[in-house]
Design a protein. Structure first.
Lengths: 219, 219
DNA sequence: TTTTATTTTTAGACAAAACTAAAAATTTTT
DNA sequence: AAAAATTTTTAGTTTTGTCTAAAAATAAAA
């Protein structure tokens, strides 16, 4: 599917806010996109009609599987261009963002895959942020304690922090293993514990455990 | 000055048509831009207000010095990106145009100059078309008989076809020498002779002479 | 639980760039 | 030079994405 530049900017911003703050409200989006709340309502209505996001008023937006896939594609383009600018054209690493904001909207898949190959399939951009691969997967595992998402973003467990018998015992008991699909449902500020959905059931895991479970995103 | 994508496409098309056919009418432009004549009237009004072109109804459009400068900048971007796509990303030479149509609208001067340097300041794009330098000059000399422009595009004589005594005598008599500024004013279909303005006066030169006078554009 | 404050949406307007249909201007043909 | 054909412009719409101002919905505070 093809999107307008504006639609792409919305998808990207929602994705980033979802990662950073979990909750994405109309006002929050308005602030990051430097637009008025009324404009946000208009555009998100459109994205909702296209099934790119879900929305519950006074609660927040979150991207659908489709929307997340699109966002990751845009982020991939952005970060690959940043890598190109810094590595090949010798831009300063802190000087690439603005130009990449324009380049990211050029959507030719062939172009991006060739650029990726030309750069040697880099895993990180010049700021150290991970570059999604051509299937939208971010290779770099991330601690679920750091993905501060409240909503249904599906992840796959790909690594655990250490091999201590105690950790493995706990993981076994909770039925969490490499390849398990899970999504973070709720975060509790009090003790930073998480409620996650795994194997069709909701379970709670402590912050300490969360710090030792690494996940990657589904495309 | 910054232009919208649409304005840039108009400037570019007018430039190319001016080169190829001399005369650029509303309908001609409509055909090449795949737009309706009414749309052309609207946009050219805008470009005229911005002093990027001149226009006489039923005669044609031609770019002002400003407009030509802008067009050459866009063409420079387009051709540099084409060179990049073909040389570095290994695109087929006949497969680069469409993507370059998008890339050409990214206007960062720094980006383009760095890209130029990275490619080693190429003089031609993969189709063999000359790439304007960062001052808007096209290095490749062109025969004035081939620049089929009817209007005031200022050129500078930079080379003559051969050094025969007869040719040099004629050039001397007409006061045409390397560095002379001239512009083609009129073309006669009958014998392909040209009326050109040089040293503040109008003179006529034969097709045979025109074939042996090479010019480059002023920026 | 009522009032107050905040958040979100609606309604209506605007600018850009395109369109259609019709009118006007100019050129070409007879 | 009048009629016919062509070219160009005008007038009015449409779409996209934004805006302002006001209304409505919800959450927070008293």
């Amino acid at each position: 599917m093809k999107f307008t530049n504006s639609e792409e900017n919305y998808l990207k911003s929602i994705f980033h806010l979802q990662m950073q703050q979990g909750n994405v409200s109309t006002n929050t989006l308005a602030a990051t996109l430097k637009a008025k709340p009324a404009s946000i309502t208009d555009m998100t209505k459109k994205l909702n009609a296209k099934k790119l996001l879900h929305y519950k008023p006074y609660y927040g937006f979150y991207l659908s599987t489709e929307g997340r896939k699109a966002a990751l594609e845009i982020i991939r383009r952005h970060r690959l261009w940043e890598a190109f600018l810094a590595e090949k054209l010798e831009f300063q690493w802190d000087d690439v963002h603005e130009i990449a904001e324009e380049l990211e909207h050029i959507s030719s898949k062939k172009l991006i895959d060739k650029l990726d190959a030309y750069l040697g399939f880099p895993k990180f951009d010049p700021h150290g942020d991970p570059i999604p691969d051509n299937k939208g997967k971010i290779k770099e595992p991330r601690k679920i304690s750091l993905l501060q998402m409240q909503t249904d973003v599906p992840c796959i467990v790909c690594q655990v922090g250490n091999d201590s018998a105690e950790l493995l015992e706990l993981l076994k008991h909770k039925k969490i293993s490499i390849g398990s699909k899970l999504s973070v449902k709720k975060r509790f500020e009090y003790d930073h514990s998480l409620e996650i959905k795994i194997n069709q059931s909701l379970i709670t895991i402590s912050n300490q455990l969360a710090k030792n479970v690494f996940v990657t995103y589904e495309s």
